[in-house]
Design a protein around this ligand. Structure first.
Ligand SMILES: Cc1ncc(COP(=O)(O)O)c(C=O)c1O
Length: 374
C-alpha cells in the first residue's frame, strides 16, 4: 500500500454524496441534500435537459466516464468506467494527487524542467524534489511525469525510457502519476503508449484533458488510477467541488461520441503541424545564430536554448514592452535552473504575428548578446 499524506487520516467519504448517488432511482423520494426543485431550474434550449442543471455525481456523468474508459482501454490502460473520475480540468487532478500523497518533505521525482503549474502545486503541499533517474525514482514516494510531448520541452520519451520508468517505479513502490494532456497532438509517428499501461499490479494514476483537443474554457479533464488509490481520489474530489460542470460534460460527451470527432482530431493535428513547421522556419530565419532547438514531435511548444547562458526572466519585461510575451525557461525547473532557455508556444499566433514576434524577440536577444560581448 502506498504511503499517503498525513491529512488522508482525516479523509472520510461525504455522507451527502453517498445518499445523493441513489436519489435518481425511480420512485425514490429524497429529503436528502439541498437539491433545487426540477421545476425551479432555468429552461434551456437545445439538448440540455433539466437534469444537466441539477447536482450530479462526483465521479462524473456515467456516459462520459464510459467513453473515457473505452478510449483508455484502447490505449492499453487497465481501467473500467467505474474507475474514471471526470475532473474540472486536469490541473485539478494535480491538486488531488498532491493532497493524497504529499506532506512537507515528501520526496517527489520530476523531470527537470517540467510543467510549472505542477511544480507550483507540489511545492505548495511541501514536496522535496528529486530527478527521474533510477536513484531519484527509487527514493521518491511519488513520480510526476509528462512523457508525451512534455510541457515545456515538447519531448516524447522513447519506449525503453517508458519501460525504465515503469519498472523502477514498480520495483520500488513509487506511485507513478502520468499527466498526458498533449497525446492527441502528435505530428510524428512516435511511441505514445502510456507508461501506466506497463504497470499492471502497481500503484499508478493517469490523467488527460479535453482542453487541448476541444475547449479549455469548459474546464474538463479525466483521471483513472489503480484500485488502491481510486476511492481516496474520489473522496478528495467530493471535498473540492462536489462534481464538475454537467453542462460542460454534456457538451464534451456530444463532441467525442459524435461522428465528426476523429475528423476534428485529424484536422487539428494537420493545422498545428503546419503551425509548427511555419514556426520552425521563422526560428531558422531569426534565431539560427542565437539559439538551438529541435522541432517537437507533438504538443504545443518549442524549447529554445540560447547560445549564451543569460537568465531569460530578465528579458521578459523588455520583451513585453516591445509587444512580445514568452515563458522564461528558468521557471520550469524544480531545482537551480539551467540559464538561457525559453518556451515558445506555436499554436496561438498566426504566421504574421509569429513573424513579427520572433523578429522582435531575436533582436532583443541579439542586443543582449552584443552588450555582454562589448
Ligand atoms: C502538463 C500539463 N498538465 C496539466 C495542464 C492543465 O490543463 P487543464 O487543466 O486545462 O486540463 C496543462 C496545461 O497546460 C499542462 O501543460
Amino acid at each position: 500500500m502506498p504511503t499517503f499524506s498525513d491529512r488522508i487520516d482525516g479523509l472520510r467519504p461525504s455522507p451527502i454524496r453517498t445518499v445523493l448517488s441513489v436519489v435518481d432511482r425511480p420512485g425514490m423520494v429524497s429529503f436528502a441534500g439541498g437539491l433545487p426543485a426540477a421545476a425551479a431550474l432555468p429552461a434551456w434550449s437545445g439538448s440540455v435537459g433539466p437534469e444537466t442543471l441539477q447536482y450530479g455525481a462526483s465521479e462524473g456523468e456515467p456516459a462520459l466516464r464510459r467513453a473515457v474508459a473505452d478510449h483508455l482501454h484502447a490505449l492499453g490502460v487497465d481501467t473500467t468506467a467505474d474507475r474514471v473520475i471526470i475532473l474540472s480540468g486536469s490541473q485539478q487532478g494535480i491538486d488531488l494527487v498532491a493532497k493524497l500523497m504529499i506532506d512537507a518533505g515528501t520526496i517527489t521525482a520530476v523531470d527537470d524542467p517540467t510543467y510549472l503549474a505542477a511544480l507550483q502545486v507540489l511545492r505548495l503541499y511541501g514536496a522535496d524534489f528529486t530527478g527521474l533517474d533510477d536513484t531519484g525514482l527509487a527514493d521518491a514516494s511519488l513520480a510526476y511525469v509528462v512523457p508525451t510531448f512534455a510541457n515545456p520541452t515538447g519531448a516524447c520519451a522513447s519506449g525503453p525510457e517508458r519501460d525504465r520508468i515503469a519498472d523502477t517505479c514498480r520495483e520500488n513502490g513509487t506511485v507513478l502519476f502520468e499527466d498526458d494532456p498533449y497525446r492527441e497532438l502528435a505530428y510524428a509517428d512516435v511511441d505514445r503508449t502510456p507508461i501506466v499501461a506497463r504497470m499492471h499490479g502497481a500503484s499508478w494514476i493517469y490523467q488527460g484533458s479535453f482542453s487541448k483537443t476541444f475547449a479549455p474554457g469548459l474546464r474538463l479533464g479525466f483521471m483513472t488510477a489503480s484500485p488502491d488509490l481510486f476511492d481516496r481520489l474520489v473522496m478528495l474530489k467530493q471535498a473540492v467541488d462536489l462534481h464538475s460542470s454537467r453542462l460542460s460534460q454534456q457538451i464534451v460527451l456530444d463532441a467525442i461520441t459524435g461522428s465528426g470527432w476523429q475528423d476534428r482530431l485529424d484536422s487539428l493535428v494537420d493545422f498545428y503541424r503546419d503551425r509548427r513547421d511555419g514556426f520552425d522556419e521563422l526560428l531558422r530565419t531569426y534565431f539560427a545564430d542565437l539559439a538551438d532547438w529541435t522541432s517537437p514531435p507533438g504538443g504545443l511548444f518549442f524549447w529554445l536554448r540560447l547560445r549564451e547562458p543569460m537568465d531569460t526572466r530578465r528579458l521578459l519585461d523588455e520583451a513585453v514592452g516591445r509587444g512580445v510575451a514568452f515563458m522564461p525557461g528558468e521557471e520550469f525547473y524544480a531545482g537551480p535552473p539551467t540559464l538561457g532557455t525559453m518556451r515558445l508556444n506555436f499554436s496561438h499566433a498566426d504566421h504574421d504575428d509569429a513573424d513579427r514576434g520572433l523578429r522582435i524577440l531575436a533582436d532583443l536577444v541579439a542586443e543582449r548578446f552584443d552588450r555582454r560581448g562589448s
